[in-house]
Design a protein around this ligand. Structure first.
Ligand code: ZN
Length: 283
């Protein structure tokens, strides 16, 4: 099942995206795709609606929002692909490197991204995002962890490297700038993803391929990440976890080709759809 949210920022309505490309507005039945929706088992309610598909229409020409509204938190794993660790000049982690991103960074998959005021090192990171479906604490097994996942989506963990690495303190300053987490286009439910450990990722800047990777080469896999995080924090329904980026970021290139106003970034993951953002100077 694929879930999308259509409409202008702050007024999106949830829809099911059917296999034939039509959409079904489910806003009157479920409210929104937010933490409360997952907590009350809303996905099961949608399965019945998908089967009947009464009222489905062709995809309207509307903005797409983040497939998930107002998550309680966005937790991220850094340095989770060996070649990205090397290009970052970091040490190979022996446990997942965990940081947070402000949850109001979420925007739609094709929205403009703001290059922050004063930034000279805005960088790209294509990532697989996990959406949590139920409350998780002290998970013991990978099976429990996988059963706690509502679905997956494409996520762009936009990063400002000077704020992240040169301004002291924690990475959060370089990760939480306005519009720094485009998500979507779809939330693909976990049952529709055969193996989250075998997904291809890619990212282009101005039409030039910059990142190519596969979740096969993650240091810590999806189940391990969810299980691990639950030892340190309670994961709530609707929480988003960005699982790390493969090699090819600007930070790792000899010429450091950081993003400038007017640049266009396109990225995607096999089976999860693609995004396209124009980068603009923050107003
Ligand atoms: Zn990242």
């Amino acid at each position: 099942m694929r879930l999308i949210r259509l409409g202008r920022q702050g007024a999106e309505r949830p829809h099911l995206l059917l296999d034939d490309g039509r959409v079904l507005d489910v806003g009157d039945r479920i409210g929104d795709i937010d933490p409360a929706f997952f907590a009350r088992g809303g996905l099961d309610q949608l399965r019945g609606l998908e089967r009947s598909a009464t009222g489905a229409v062709p995809m309207p020409d509307l903005r797409m929002g983040s497939p998930v509204a107002r998550p309680g938190k966005i937790a991220c794993v850094g340095l989770n692909y060996a070649e990205h660790v090397a290009e970052s000049g970091a040490e190979m982690p022996t446990e997942p490197v965990v940081f947070f991103k402000a949850s109001n960074t979420l925007v739609g998959p094709n929205d403009d991204v703001h290059i922050p005021r004063g930034s000279t090192k805005t960088d790209w990171e294509v990532e697989l995002a996990v959406v949590i479906g139920r409350s998780c604490r002290y998970l013991e097994t990978d099976a429990e962890a996988l059963a706690s996942i509502a679905g997956y989506m494409v996520s762009h963990d936009v990063s400002e490297r000077e704020f992240q690495l040169e301004r002291g303190g924690q990475w959060v300053k370089g990760k939480s700038c306005e519009t720094f987490n485009p998500a979507g286009p779809w939330l693909v439910t976990a049952d529709a993803v055969a193996d989250p450990g075998d997904l291809d990722l890619w990212l282009d800047v101005n039409g030039r391929r910059r990142q190519t990777g596969s979740t096969r080469t993650m240091i810590f896999g999806v189940a391990e990440i969810v299980r691990y995080l639950s030892q340190f924090m309670v994961l709530d329904p609707g929480d988003i976890i960005n699982t790390g980026t493969p090699p090819g970021v600007a930070l790792g290139q000899p010429d450091k080709p950081y993003l400038r106003p007017g640049d266009v970034v396109e990225l995607g993951i096999g089976g999860l759809g693609s995004q396209r953002q124009r980068f603009v100077a923050a107003p």
